[in-house]
Design a protein around this ligand. Structure first.
Ligand code: AP5
Ligand code: ZN
Length: 218
């Protein structure tokens, strides 16, 4: 299974990716998680990306495309993978097409912007695994600790309300056009294009997981 999870910041891509990856036995490729790991490790990539991410803008296409190409060449991607937060611009999507990366599905999770600010302000993350919680909507078993490892949860630098608003603008301008891009491609070339599916991301985490699994089974 090779798929893209598409959706605005805070739509629940990371949350649902955990369940989908478990079900299909595939790795989650989150460009956001990879960049945050690079920032934490202080690598040249991280040093370049930090200011851009903290401002809620997008890191350059070339950098991201190379990062993803290297990642999907690793052996654990042989049976598939899930892209979370990638592609995010038309040039990134075109680069995958040009490289002949075959995809089975594009799954869009749709959440109104009005719900998103609240989701982001209560988000807590476990950076090492990418697991995501919410203080009210999806709390960890022990406050401030990851369910699996018991390690501390953190709050992301870019989850300040002002930065979230900027990220939503960037999504509308640069990423939202991918919805049309994949929907049209699926219409025009059903043999080669990934199947395009859209689900509502409003409801409980379990409900959305059920919707996602149903969408990926036809
Ligand atoms: P990235 O890490 O990809 O962030 P994002 O796309 O903005 O998405 P988020 O991780 O914020 O949201 P999510 O959809 O994963 O939601 P989550 O499941 O956590 O990117 C960060 C930055 O890196 C970018 O701004 C950019 O600078 C850079 N970058 C990354 N990729 C790039 C690329 N390809 N090109 C260029 N630059 C790139 O859920 C959110 C919260 O809601 C959580 O608290 C969760 O518990 C809660 N929640 C989840 N589901 C529900 C529900 N059903 N009901 C209530 N609450 C829920
Ligand atoms: Zn995420």
């Amino acid at each position: 299974m090779r798929l893209i999870l598409l959706g605005a910041p805070g739509a629940g891509k990371g949350t649902q990716a955990t369940f989908i990856c478990q079900k299909f036995g595939i790795p989650q490729i989150s460009t956001g998680d990879m960049l945050r790991a690079a920032v934490k490790a202080g690598t040249p990539l991280g040093l370049q990306a930090k200011a851009v991410m903290d401002a809620g803008a997008l890191v350059s296409d070339d950098l991201i495309i190379n990062l993803v190409k290297e990642r999907i060449a690793l052996p654990d991607c042989a049976n598939g993978f899930l892209f979370d937060g990638f592609p995010r611009t038309i040039p990134q999507a075109d680069a995958m097409k040009a490289a002949g990366v075959k995809l089975d599905y594009v799954l869009e999770i749709d959440v109104p912007f009005s719900d998103i600010i609240e989701r982001m302000s209560g988000r807590r993350s476990h950076p090492a695994s990418g697991r995501t919680y919410h203080v009210r909507f999806n709390p960890p078993k022990v406050e401030g600790k990851d369910d699996v490892t018991g390690e501390d949860l953190i709050q992301r630098e870019d989850d300040k309300e002002e930065t979230v608003r900027k990220r939503l603008d960037v999504y509308s301008q640069q990423t939202r056009p991918l919805v049309d891009y994949y929907a049209k491609w699926a219409e025009q070339d059903p043999v080669n294009a990934p199947k395009y599916r859209a689900i509502s991301g409003v409801g409980s985490v379990d409900e959305i997981t059920r919707r996602a699994m149903a969408a990926l089974s036809d």
